[in-house]
Write a protein that binds this ligand. Structure first.
Ligand SMILES: Cc1cc2nc3c(=O)[nH]c(=O)nc-3n(C[C@H](O)[C@H](O)[C@H](O)COP(=O)(O)O)c2cc1C
Length: 320
């Protein structure tokens, strides 16, 4: 069994956190991750009603499984009800990413809830540490969804040099060997999203899951085009990594023109409703090429753990 400060803190049997993914990780996916001994996290965006948080959290809670909730800091000033519902749901861990976590840490700690934050730069690390964040998540640009510009491995090493708090690695980890690599580098765990994009427990559609399975790791793009089209107030420093499709091929890099083109923008809004995946975003990271089968998240996490343990047992052989 792999033990780290993360497994001890949250009483897990594997140091795997199922990343919060708005539109994908609801209660069923979280329950499946936590059944395997990891910690699943429900992804909450600024457009979810507070009832979504309450209803989805009830699913793992009904089995007394631990769960977490991932909030987006930039959405919270206008949506304090999401923070209220989060605290009321009694999660083990709440992440406050994509913005300053400082205004929220005190209330979460007062409720006995540990706080995580994804960090993308050195400045983010200092801000999170000063705010009293308990678990730092070094999120590399390889990650699916919204992310920064630095790569996972150098960022992870630098974050580890800046704090003694547990640091979890996110971005591009989808095999047990990849998991073993970051654990050997000093990470207390892994935070995996893309590896869970073809699980039947996800809230994403069967067509989106099929697209994920067919995609190569060469075919992702880090772009603001989808956010601009939808008029979302995502801060510019966090573009989103998605599968290349017709819309990104046409509009990535031409966001200023896109702002003037109401019809093109409307295409994304309509495409999301009709599951037209040539125009709607399918957020996925560079490890997408490793996701080739539809599998339960419980099996994905169990296999990741077993394969990582095997890889870690082989490490001493490198020493001759
Ligand atoms: C479809 C999708 C949706 C995401 N939504 C969120 C979110 O709602 N909140 C959040 O903090 N991170 C979100 N992320 C980022 C993940 O938390 C995580 O950093 C990323 O998936 C890790 O890299 P990987 O995809 O290479 O495993 C999302 C990622 C994906 C792929």
């Amino acid at each position: 069994m792999i033990r780290t400060s993360l497994t001890r803190w949250f009483d897990l049997t594997t140091p795997v956190i199922g990343a919060p993914m708005a539109g994908v990780s609801g209660g069923a996916l979280v329950r499946a991750v936590s059944r395997a001994g990891g910690l699943g996290m429900i992804g909450v965006s600024g457009t979810h009603p507070a009832d979504f948080v309450t209803e989805q959290c009830a699913i793992p809670a009904a089995e007394q499984l631990p769960f977490g909730i991932g909030l987006m800091a930039w959405t919270l000033p206008e949506r304090p009800d999401l923070l209220d519902a989060t605290i009321a749901a009694g999660p083990a861990l709440v992440s406050v990413s994509f913005g300053d976590p400082a205004p929220y840490v005190g209330r979460l700690h007062d409720a006995g809830i540990a706080v995580a934050a994804q960090v993308n730069t050195v400045a983010d690390v200092h801000r999170a540490v000063d705010a009293g964040v308990d678990v730092l998540v070094a999120q590399g640009t390889e990650a699916g969804g919204h992310t920064g510009h630095r790569a996972t491995l150098p960022l992870l090493q630098e974050v580890l040099s800046l704090t003694d708090r547990p640091v979890v690695a996110a971005g591009g980890i989808a095999t047990g060997r990849g998991m073993a690599a970051v654990l050997v580098a000093g990470a207390a765990g892994v935070w995996i999203g893309t590896a869970l994009l073809s699980c039947p427990e996800g809230l994403n559609t069967p067509a989106a899951r099929a697209r994920v399975r067919a995609a190569s790791g060469d075919a992702t793009v880090l772009t603001r085009a989808f956010d601009v089209a939808q008029g979302l107030a995502w801060p510019e420093r966090w573009p989103g990594r998605a599968l290349v499709n017709e819309f990104s091929r046409t509009w990535h890099g031409r966001e200023d023109q896109l702002r003037q083109d109401a019809a093109a923008a409307q295409r994304v809004v309509d495409a999301r409703r009709t599951d037209d995946l040539e125009n709607a975003p399918v957020y996925a990271g560079e490890s997408v090429g490793l996701v080739t089968a539809e599998r339960s998240a419980t099996d994905v996490v169990r296999d990741l753990d077993a394969e990582a343990e095997k890889a870690l047992r082989a490490v001493p052989r490198l020493l001759g």
